[in-house]
Write a protein that binds this ligand. Structure first.
Ligand SMILES: [Ca+2]
Ligand SMILES: [Ca+2]
Length: 209
C-alpha cells in the first residue's frame, strides 16, 4: 500500500532537500535594481488530509520493487527466516529459539555466483539513504536493525533496541540510522546487508506490512 499520509510501506529512504543555487556577481558599474521584499504565505498543504509524494525509497528506486510484502521476491533470502511467509501484503514469521532475522538485503555468498537482488550487486549508499521506516506487529520483546559492510558478516553494525518496545498492536518505526543509538558500528560507507532483528520469546508470531 502506498499511502503516504500514514507510513505503511517498509522503506529505506533518503530524506534530503537538495538546493541548487547558482549565483553570479554583476560586473562593477552595472546598476542593480533593489527589489521590494516579497512575503510568501503557504496555504497548502495545511495539515488536513494532506497527501504528499513518496520520497526516494531504496527498494523502489534500485530494484523497481518496493519492500511492501506484496511479492515473494520482496524478501528473496528467506533462508535467514526459515519459517517466514509472504501473503496478502504481509510478511509472517515465528520467532524460534534465536532472534529472527529479516533479510531486507542479503549481502551474498562468497564463492557463489552473485545473481539477483543481493547487496554485493546493489549496495546501499549510506550518504544517500539513512532513514528506515517499517510497520510491524510484534507483541513483545525487542527490535534492532543490523547491517553489514561486505559480502560477509564482518564488518557490521547494529542499533540498540528501538524505542518504544514493541507492544500488542501495529507500530510504525521511523529510524534515522545515522543518529540512532548504536550497539556497535556506524551507518557509513556502503551497506551490503540489512536486517530487522526480532528478539522475543520462542513462538512469538510477528507480522511486517
Ligand atoms: Ca514488492
Ligand atoms: Ca504490505
Amino acid at each position: 500500500m502506498r499511502t503516504t499520509r500514514v507510513i505503511r510501506i517498509l522503506a529505506l529512504s533518503a530524506l534530503a532537500v537538495g538546493i541548487c543555487w547558482v549565483g553570479w556577481r554583476p560586473d562593477q558599474g552595472i546598476p542593480v535594481l533593489a527589489e521590494p521584499q516579497v512575503t510568501i504565505t503557504i496555504t497548502q498543504p495545511d495539515g488536513v488530509d494532506d497527501v504528499v509524494g513518496e520520497g526516494d525509497d531504496f527498494a523502489t528506486t534500485v530494484f523497481g520493487d518496493p519492500w511492501d510484502m506484496d511479492q515473494s521476491t520482496d524478501i528473496p533470502a528467506l533462508h535467514g527466516l526459515p519459517n517466514g511467509t509472504i501473503s496478502g501484503g504481509l510478511l509472517y514469521y515465528t520467532v524460534q529459539s534465536n532472534p529472527s532475522e529479516v533479510p531486507l538485503l542479503f549481502y551474498g555468498f562468497v564463492g557463489a555466483m552473485d545473481v539477483g537482488k543481493l547487496g554485493v550487486n546493489y549496495p546501499v549508499n549510506t550518504d544517500h539513504y539513512r532513514w528506515l521506516s517499517f510497520r510491524i506487529w510484534q507483541p513483545e520483546g525487542n527490535i534492532q536493525i543490523r547491517w553489514h559492510h561486505a559480502e560477509a558478516f564482518d564488518p557490521w553494525g547494529i542499533t540498540g533496541y528501538l524505542s518504544p518496545s514493541p507492544t500488542d498492536g501495529w507500530h510504525t518505526y521511523v529510524v534515522d540510522l545515522e543518529t540512532v543509538s548504536k550497539g556497535r558500528g556506524d551507518w557509513e560507507g556502503q551497506v551490503l546487508g540489512l536486517y530487522i532483528i526480532s528478539s522475543a520469546p520462542q513462538g512469538t508470531q510477528v507480522k511486517i506490512d
